[in-house]
Design a protein around this ligand. Sequence first.
Ligand code: DX5
Ligand code: ZN
Length: 215
Amino acid sequence: MIKIAPSILSADFANLGNDIAMLNRSEADFIHLDIMDGLFVPNISFGFPVIKSVSKLAEKPMDAHLMIMDPSRYINQVRDCGAAYMTVHQEACTHLHRTVQQIHSAGMKAGVALNPATPVLLLEDIISDLDLILIMSVNPGFGGQSFIPNTLKKIRQLREMLDKAGSKAVIQVDGGVNLETGRQLSEAGADILVAGNFVFSSPNPEQTIAALRGL
Ligand code: DX5
Ligand code: ZN
């Protein structure tokens, strides 16, 4: 069954408590946190004080998606916020293997994200060390963008690589997810769908999460 990780990037930041309460009531499997530094991506979202406040209310595991340069600098702070998963970008790490080891040593599950232009083959030598691989289906930085169809090919290719390596890592996809792209992604082999705009701009976000989960 496909799992859903609503991204609070599209939540109402002036009423964040209400949106977290809604996610707690919903069938969401994770709460997805998009952390941006204005350098790796051309946008700044929110940082640790906000995440700490969210963590006090969140009853679902939090997965932190770090869209920042050299994310190894912040591993302990992400851990101290209570994140279950810490996902870093392949493109933002000089020593990716070391960063993954450090995330594990800090007691979190480790994820690696790939931008749309980064081939999945680049993960071949590290795939057995990962708990999660995040395939970006939009260029990171903003919610509400359109899904890039080439993602489906990448998911199928990654699924084959994981099977071949005997890896239990899960495939997460992020960007432009709705009922139509979500169905295609689920068929291609995705395990977790991140959804921001589609959930939070819908008239009934709880129902939308349930509909995505039913794909
Ligand atoms: C994009 C973020 C996403 C974003 C997805 O940089 O990583 O998590 O919130 O938003 P939607 O679902 O609106 O494309
Ligand atoms: Zn994200």
